[in-house]
Design a protein around this ligand. Structure first.
Ligand code: ASP
Length: 339
């Protein structure tokens, strides 16, 4: 199979009036897709799981999206991050929610995926835990005598558009950011846009035809501490099996209720549609279940035949795709350009 990586930077409207931000998101989408693809390219020949983790790490490290370094703050002024990752060939998955002080939430989720599949193999047990929340993530890492790398712990506020971090971690490396402490634009805005925007995700197929998906976010604006959206929930924000890999963005509360990522995979598997038609159908179901402006959804997906899609019902969603023969990106509805 031809390897493919698709990534998204969240459905929303925050960059619509801001060409500088739109340009940054656009460049970042391309960089992330290229970084993921590099892992799959001939010579490196890596796997789809590594590719989605890598692409999402690039986005988490950027400081300009609502994930990782740039995660928005909850109502108590603290950044908390959610992420999930899934291997379509084995159904192994990992998910974390409300992480404080760790920017690469998707890599923590990846470690949990690793531990849960290791336990299943070694102990022959099915159903080992793959969900962890906040404080317990640190504890589980201690139990396994594995330290979360320092590079994952360096955390700070959202960067300003000139590239200067606006709220770097304190001397303990903890995130101190209280509301109004200098975070980036629009954080905790309690206005009409309840979607965070700029959540990130990636889906990939490797040369062996394995599929994987990952999603990472700081959640939505104005959310209460401990809120869990769709992004860390397997089947809602993220799902991958041997038929399809999906990462969603949008109003988590709606995406959760329709288990949207699994729904798209089921349409591919049970109705024989390609990824594009399946996501389109899932979006129509979403829109009829949750009519109105607040119910935005954006999705990237790849099916087992290598058909891919990047599709959204909001005002914009930066996305990019890289294959051996084509590179496309876009941000506005209907936009698709080569790079
Ligand atoms: N789906 C994310 C959440 O609800 C937000 C987003 O995609 O913008 O946490």
């Amino acid at each position: 199979m031809e390897p493919i990586v698709v990534c998204h930077l969240g459905v929303g409207s925050s960059a619509l009036e801001d060409p500088v931000k739109a340009g940054l998101l656009d460049a970042l989408a391309r960089d992330a897709a290229l970084a993921g693809y590099d892992i799959l390219s001939p010579g490196n020949d890596g796997n789809a799981l590594d590719a989605v983790e890598r692409a999402v790490n690039v986005l988490e490290d950027s400081g300009i999206v609502n994930a990782g370094l740039g995660a928005i703050r909850q109502t108590d002024g603290v950044q908390r991050r959610d992420a999930s990752i899934m291997d379509g060939s084995t159904l192994a998955c990992g998910a974390v929610s409300s992480l404080e002080g760790i920017k690469n939430a998707v890599s923590v989720a990846r470690r949990l995926l690793h531990y849960s599949s290791l336990n299943e193999k070694q102990e022959g047990k099915q159903g080992c835990n793959f969900y962890f929340c906040g404080y317990f993530v640190d504890e589980i890492f201690k139990i396994h005598r594995e330290v979360i790398p320092d590079s994952w712990r360096v955390a700070g506020g959202r960067k300003s558009l000139d590239g200067n971090a606006t709220n770097i971690a304190d001397s303990n490396g903890d995130i101190t950011g209280k509301e109004g402490a200098g975070g980036g634009e629009g954080e905790n805005d309690q206005g009409g846009d309840l979607t965070g925007g700029d959540t990130v995700g990636a889906v990939a197929m490797d040369a062996r035809g394995n599929l994987a998906a990952a999603t990472s976010t700081g959640g939505t604006r104005g959310s209460y501490p401990g809120r869990i959206g769709d992004s860390p929930v397997i089947g809602a924000g993220t799902y991958a099996n041997r038929h399809c890999a999906v990462s969603n963005t949008g109003r988590g509360e709606c995406i959760l209720k329709m288990v949207a990522a699994k729904r798209a995979c089921d349409i591919v598997a049970l109705e024989g549609m390609n990824a594009m038609l399946a996501v389109d159908k899932m979006h129509r179901e979403h829109d009829s279940m949750f009519p109105g402006n607040a119910s935005r959804i954006g999705t990237i997906a790849i099916d087992a035949s290598g058909n891919w899609t990047a599709c959204f019902n909001g005002a914009r969603m930066a996305w990019a795709v890289v294959t051996p023969t084509a590179r496309f990106h876009g941000q506005l509805p209907g936009e698709k350009e080569s790079f």
